[in-house]
Design a protein around this ligand. Structure first.
Ligand code: SF4
Ligand code: SF4
Length: 312
């Protein structure tokens, strides 16, 4: 379906964007991550900043109501331009949700500049990278500040004790998700242990067969990189067009998934066959189930029902 650029905002369909710019560096050193302790050059950081600012300018002028999940390779919130752009975007009238995947290492005082009705954080706990008490204190501070967030861990056996402790110590309204570790098979007993922590672990436990399956990506959800190249999701390389020349709009539409498996929450959450638009209603992008959540009241589109056009 084509959405003309001049379409009035109130009639254009909402669009959810997964944005990943050139940034590829992190202040942590997780053994399971290719970006651990990587450094970007000054030039790479300049490019990332310029790309992010260009993207933010596009969002400001977009005819659609827009929701964005920033999914950087590495850690964005240690960079001032991510903190500033997230805060600025949260104030735009056409923005419904601005969220970012983060290790929560950055102090959260920057959120004072944001509209907390629209901001959300996807915070991952890496038990071998940060003292337990520091991560817990960070979660408590976010909650005290009224910031909407979820915390989570990778389901590795060596993380189990820390994850149990975190579940016990976090307030009941803070969701703690568990991601199945890539390539790992879980026995029923192991899965039960993780399900005690995250009642929705079953969705992550095994990759989802997706070849030919209906998926909202490419239609109401797209992936955008630093050059503005638009793809349906982070996992399918086919290009739909470009954000900045508007060429992607002509390619928007429903089409089946071309990949055999979808094993990442930011992808399979959009599959029609899974009930996750219901389970995570109001928090699809930031991975907060409808039954959980802290922070101020959500905007109206954040409550879009399962089959409707997406926000996340
Ligand atoms: S915090 Fe995230 S990006 Fe950084 S090294 Fe760990 S897994 Fe990778
Ligand atoms: S099912 Fe997953 S891999 Fe397939 S199109 Fe959807 S998000 Fe992409």
């Amino acid at each position: 379906m084509t959405v003309p650029l001049a379409l009035p905002r109130e009639t254009a369909r909402p669009l959810t964007i997964l944005y990943r710019g050139p940034l590829a560096s992190c202040d942590y050193d997780c053994g399971y991550c290719p970006f651990a302790k990587r450094r970007d050059s000054r030039e790479q950081l300049r490019s990332d900043r310029a790309a992010l600012e260009r993207f933010a300018g596009w969002v400001e002028g977009a005819p659609e109501r827009v929701s964005v999940l920033f999914t950087p390779w590495g850690e964005g919130l240690v960079r001032s331009w991510y903190r500033r752009v997230l805060a600025e975007l949260s104030h735009l009238p056409n923005v419904e949700r601005i969220a970012i995947q983060t290790n929560l290492s950055a102090r959260p005082s920057w959120t004072e500049a944001a509209d907390l009705r629209r901001l959300a954080l996807w915070g991952t706990f890496h038990p071998d990278q940060v003292p337990y008490e520091r991560f817990l204190a960070r979660c408590r501070e976010l909650r005290d500040r009224g910031v909407r967030f979820a915390a989570g861990v990778v389901g590795l056996p060596e993380h189990l004790d820390a994850a149990r402790r975190l579940r016990d110590d976090l307030p009941a309204d803070v969701y703690l998700w568990v991601n199945a570790a890539e390539g790992r098979t879980y026995s029923d007993a192991e899965a039960a242990a993780w399900t005690d922590i995250d009642p929705h672990f079953a969705f992550s436990r095994r990759p989802h067969a997706s070849l030919g399956a209906a998926c909202r990506t490419g239609d109401s959800v797209v992936s955008v990189d630093g050059d503005g190249t638009v793809r349906r999701c982070h996992f399918v390389p086919d290009v739909l067009g470009n954000l900045y020349d508007g060429s992607f709009r002509a390619a928007l539409g429903r089409r089946p998934c071309p990949r055999p498996l979808c094993d990442c929450h930011i992808g399979y959450v959009h599959m029609d066959a899974l009930p996750l638009y219901d389970v995570f209603a109001g928090g699809i992008l930031e991975r907060i189930p409808a039954a959980f959540g802290t922070g101020p009241a959500l905007g109206p589109q954040a409550r879009t029902p399962a089959a409707g056009p997406q926000i996340a």
